[in-house]
Design a protein around this ligand. Structure first.
Ligand SMILES: [Zn+2]
Length: 605
């Protein structure tokens, strides 16, 4: 059902709608729903996945079948119905009449009770982890792409999926295996569409992490060496326990990490999409084996708790027929990214210094963009703003998580933390079958901080656009944001290394080098008395000249043929500033307790 239809309904209601109208959005009841999915070397040639959905009706009438507009976790309208071709509906030997009811809903005219089968082809050529994609020997797909739901019947229906493929090809999914071969079951539509599939030739291996089976499925086959795979398993075995510790439970029986590496994916990029017992990463082949993937895995796995279970009320339950905007995506994504980092530092797969470095990068990313409130950014993600702030709730939400964690630990002398908030909301909302509201979030934060009000913090830094109060909050954890200034000489020449040294390849007319008399082909030996080829040149130059005003004379030693000569250049300086999150050397004991608690995931007893 589309958004347009809702608007029409609302308008019709105002105009005293005819009673029959609401009934039109309902399918006649259908049961015994099963989906047969065919992907083999024949359909792969056309990059198609074949679908047949069969069900039973107890009466004649209109069956209304819809495909989702979006996949939860991928906050954009994708209209999967547009990838459908060759739709057909039959009952026994009869071909049934059908038409579109709305852009993503098919209406099938059922003349009598009985068994119906609808079929179609889905174009599997989108290298997008919320969609379907294929190669001659492989496909991945998401249930949101292929599995129709009947309109007006709710989501609590049983369904079976059977995959038909080449003998010898593999099938992997988070769905529960059925008793018949290559078949899987779900007890409701949410689970059905939350468990992507790999079909074809791929590698799959497993280990035990947090006491449960953990599988790694990767395509193309052979791209992950046994050593890399073992390394990933060892890292996650250290990190995931610290994630489970936040919530006090492991909510899956088996977890599957699906990974596709392809050269067509944006160079150097990696994107993950979370699910309740799996996640699907698509990565550029250029990042295969790159340690950066550890933080992607950490982020996506943490989502199994934060967003797949603990979720903003606006997204409970998931609806598939329209967007579900919320102001709280910064918690679902940003706080998840904060935990992706701290669970790594707690698991000791990264050092505190590495954690500070990653946090500094996030602080830089926030500073580089137009001031944008976290609540606004959360809402706007659905429309992809062009000003670069589309994804800012990741970095900014992550840093907000750090600041809130520090403030709670400070207010409670490290007796409670952001972990306390996550755990409480998990228990009081997700476990009670509902989502959390903005009020519930801040009430939990305030409670954890012993009643301290966060109203001003929320108003200024979460709903508002004020720059984060780094200088007042970070010292509470014995941390500070240090601005490092670097001066570099600007000589107006460019050099290139060869066997003899650094050869001058370019001299800017009227630049400092030209003024001093540097010529093309000279070799640069020393600048300001410092060896130009010294790997520590910049540091040494900085130490010697940081205080010198631009235009002062710096000696340049060059080699011209066999001659060595010293010229004097009126050096210009370029000054750059870089932020660095560092530990304060003189932090008071309480701040050290807060910092240690945060880095180790511990509280005072
Ligand atoms: Zn995420």
């Amino acid at each position: 059902m589309s958004v347009q239809y809702h608007r029409f309904l609302a308008l019709a209601a105002l105009l005293a709608a005819p009673v029959a109208l609401a009934g039109q959005a309902r399918s006649i009841p259908i049961s015994q729903i099963r989906y047969d999915v065919t992907f083999d070397s024949a359909t792969a040639q056309f990059r198609n996945i074949g679908i047949s959905m069969s069900f039973t009706t107890a009466q004649p009438g209109d069956v209304l079948l819809s495909l989702p507009e979006w996949t939860p976790g991928a906050y954009e309208v994708s209209n999967y119905a547009r990838f459908i071709d060759k739709f057909d509906a039959i009952s026994g030997r009869d071909t049934l009449t059908w038409d579109k009811f709305d852009p993503d809903t098919w209406r099938v005219k059922v003349p009598r009770a009985g068994q119906i089968a609808v079929s179609f082809e889905y174009k599997a050529d989108s290298l997008d982890n919320a969609n379907s994609w294929s190669k001659p020997d492989f496909a991945f797909f998401n249930g949101t792409n292929l599995f129709f739901y009947p309109e007006g019947q709710g989501t609590d229906f049983n369904a079976t999926v059977t995959v038909h493929t080449n003998a010898g090809w593999k099938i992997a999914t988070g769905m529960k295996p059925a008793t018949t071969a290559n078949s899987f079951t779900a007890t409701n539509y949410h689970d059905l569409v939350d468990m992507p599939f790999f079909v074809g030739m791929f590698d799959i291996d497993s280990t035990t992490i947090v006491g449960r089976t953990f599988r790694f499925a990767s395509y193309p086959s052979g791209t992950i060496t046994a050593l890399t795979r073992t390394g990933i398993f060892q890292q996650l075995a250290k990190v995931v326990p610290y994630q489970a510790m936040v919530f006090g439970e492991v909510p899956w029986d088996t977890y599957t990490l699906f990974q596709v590496a392809d050269a067509d994916f944006a160079l150097g990029a990696a994107a993950g999409l979370e699910h309740q017992n799996s996640h699907l990463d698509i990565i550029s082949t250029a990042v295969l084996g790159n340690p950066i993937l550890a933080s992607l895995y950490s982020h996506e796995i943490f989502h199994a708790w934060n967003v797949k279970r603990l979720r903003p009320a606006e997204m409970v339950p998931y609806r598939y027929d329209r967007e579900q905007p919320t102001t709280l995506l910064w918690i679902s994504e940003g706080i998840t990214d904060y935990y992706a980092d701290v669970s790594q530092v707690r698991g000791k797969t990264i050092t505190p210094r590495g954690f500070y470095g990653t946090t500094t990068e996030k602080i830089d990313a926030i500073a580089d963009l137009e001031p944008t409130s976290l609540e606004d950014a959360s809402l706007s993600t659905w429309i992809s703003p062009v000003n670069g702030t589309k994804d800012i709730y990741y970095d900014k939400g992550s840093v907000a998580g750090l600041l809130i964690d520090i403030m709670i630990r400070d207010a409670s002398d490290n007796h409670r933390s952001l972990d306390t908030v996550m755990r409480e909301l998990y228990e009081t909302t997700y476990k009670k079958g509902k989502g959390f509201t903005n009020e519930e979030w801040w009430a939990a934060v305030s409670r954890a901080a012993g009643g301290k009000s966060f109203a001003d913090f929320e108003k200024r830094y979460i709903d508002g656009r004020d720059a984060f109060p780094y200088d007042s909050v970070l010292p509470l954890a014995g941390l500070k944001l240090f601005i490092e200034r670097t001066v570099r000489p600007s000589l107006g020449i460019s050099v290139s290394g060869d066997d003899e040294g650094l050869r001058v390849m370019q001299v800017v007319v009227s630049g400092p080098g030209a003024t001093a008399g540097v010529k093309l082909g000279d070799y640069l030996v020393k600048v300001g008395g410092i060896d130009a080829g010294d790997p520590a040149f910049q540091e040494k130059f900085n130490a010697k000249y940081a205080g010198m005003p631009p235009g002062g004379l710096v000696p340049l030693e060059i080699k011209r043929g066999t001659q060595r000569m010293t010229l004097s250049a009126p050096v210009k300086f370029t000054t750059t500033e870089a932020r660095r999150l560092i530990e304060m050397t003189n932090a008071p004991p309480k701040a050290v307790r807060v910092r240690d608690g945060l880095l180790n995931g511990t509280l005072q007893q």
